[in-house]
Design a protein around this ligand. Sequence first.
Ligand code: SF4
Length: 765
Amino acid sequence: MAKETNSENPTDFTGIRRTPPAEKAAGLKAVVSSAQHILREMGPTRGFKALALLNQKNGYDCPGCAWPDPDDERSPLAEYCENGAKAIAEEATTKKLDAAFFAQNSVYDLSLLSDFDIGKKGRIAQPVYLPAGATHYQPISWDDAFTLVAKHLKKLNSPDEAIFYTSGRTSNEAAFLYQLLVRRFGTNNLPDCSNMCHESSGVALVESLGIGKGSVTLEDFYEAEAIVILGQNPGTNHPRMLTALQKAKQNGATIISVNPLKEAGLLAFSNPQQLGGMLGMATSLTDIFLQVRINGDMALLKAIAILMLEAEKKAPGTVFDAAFLAEKTEGVQAYLDSLSDYDLPTLADNCGVPLSQIRAAAEVFIQKKKIIACWAMGLTQQKNAVATIQEIVNLLLLKGSVGKPGAGTCPVRGHSNVQGDRTMGINEKPPQAFLDNLERVYSFKPPQHHGYDVVEAIHAMHRGDARVFIAMGGNFLSATPDTTYTAEALRNCDLTVQISTKLNRSHLVHGREALILPALGRTDEDIVNGEKQFVSVENSMGVVHMSQGKLRPVSDQMMSEPMIVCRLALALYGNYQSNIFWSRYTQHYDNIRTDIAATIPGFEDYNKRVREPGGFYLPNGARVQQFNTATGKAKFTTSEVPTLQLHENEYVMMTIRSHDQFNTTIYGLDDRYRGILNERRVVLMNPEDAAAAGFADGTVVDLFNFDDGVTRTAPRFIVVYYDIPRRCVATYFPEANVLVPINHTAERSNTPVSKMVRIEVKRAG
Ligand code: SF4
């Protein structure tokens, strides 16, 4: 009988070492670290071939974040960063897991390993199946696997009993076919990783500006007079952004950073593409660093708006862009009137930033006209995330700083094609126009009722309302909140199917039956009918471009994601039952793109335009001051400033990534920039808070959350004295996700609030 597997990391320590936090990012150390990962996983020949093609116009797109490539010349030296190199090393490793591996390693034994150790095992080399009650995965043919999935799906009482999850690595072609299959099956249960990351940005921007995407291009960074970076750590999560910030600085821009942590990548950048950078010289980046309390952003932004209004009143027409406000916006007066509800000292106290520093930042907003605002999870995973993002938009609108060169919004996507997947229809709340286009092109009526997002999907599985879970990529268990609850939900399914490249913990916490289907990765060559295929992706700036795998796959039993979807559809429907000729898509991916062009506006002539070097920009109304809102105007919004009352021994926790991590993929155990090496079970605490609680630097503690009457425990963490605002603490995910309550989600976007969790810290028993 199979023993219940371990849904969390073991609590064993790995031997912490500490160095002073870095004050600059990248440089020679980044190059050395990249080379070490590449050589360790792939060896020199395959390794350096892989790097030479990364982010090149005739190569493949980085499976890391969604920072754009330059439209013009790509760096011949290296058009990638350290974490891009690590992402490639992870995916293109020569280590592979075949039937022998699974025969030797029980699911239970594997679950006792850390996420780092599980991930380092290698690529899934063939389809494997775990029958009910079995202890080991066993080989299965592709045909049998598809037949099994089709059998389970057909057995359901309703299509809504199936959930189809998508991770942001999925290409446009695979995502489009996946949503088509799911809607033809009869449900909109298409939760995706966007639900956990920039959903709040989408909801906020659609209402305020009429499009859920950022409005700037990479070129705008080089023209900006000011760049404001909120709740983002680009040095680790979007490292090539540092090159753009360096160029912006050289062009005279002022940079304001708003973050509870003084991240090295916000402070300075040693560009390894420059001799000076390799010798340790660095470009200072941030001019004004505002070390805000967790979720103090709204109070800070309100304070800046009040100071802008004061300056405008003193010299009318010198601060606000009156013409833009009159012609292009609505609601400005109600917004300005709402500011009188607040006073500066209270707001400064709320956000934890001295008023003098707030005045310095406000002066930049007062003086500059071309302002770009960038943000990431530090904003989107907050209870009032949507309102805070709209407050940023309010400030930009006051300046007319949207839809002109050097100005606008920039939600920086953390997953290479998360934006593309949404554009392709991976959306549990699809716009009516998208469903109507699907019906027009494919002559079937897609389901009209909304599906489950990530949190709703977990609840549905936990209740037993959903019985089949299929994941296109990702590591659902480790990426989601409330790990214990989510594990119970997955175990409650009849069947879980993971379409994956590498082994991860979601393979070890599974339904009564489970399948792992090995997919080709971004770097893998994909040959169909003797012809090399390519896929396409969309970056944070809305550029759609091709990506062609060039490396020989480590196994000939892997299948591309588009092909997996088609084969599953054929197993479900055959070729004719569904009005969709799935086999046509298995002939050539141009056929997929032809139908995307017929269905989704902006993709006209897709096959021709995607072959142009660098690809093409999708239409973006906000980029040209065409605001596709209900009134055709950009919309000011008014919202409250939240206050958080903590009990005596309570702290507010944010989960973060280490520098050796991409989402739930753990590349290594060293958080080099923060000086925390060889250990992940750490809690960063303000030294005064820790001392007041009787904890020394290095004390072992247990962490607790008690929301909704549930005791959530994350045992054995090491206290690390760190420069973080009082009563704020930080931990790494996925280790601390067990503390994030499933019902603790952002208003309106339902994004898990992983950046603002109440916890208690107690000396370990
Ligand atoms: S910045 Fe992002 S997309 Fe670019 S190489 Fe690095 S991880 Fe990859």
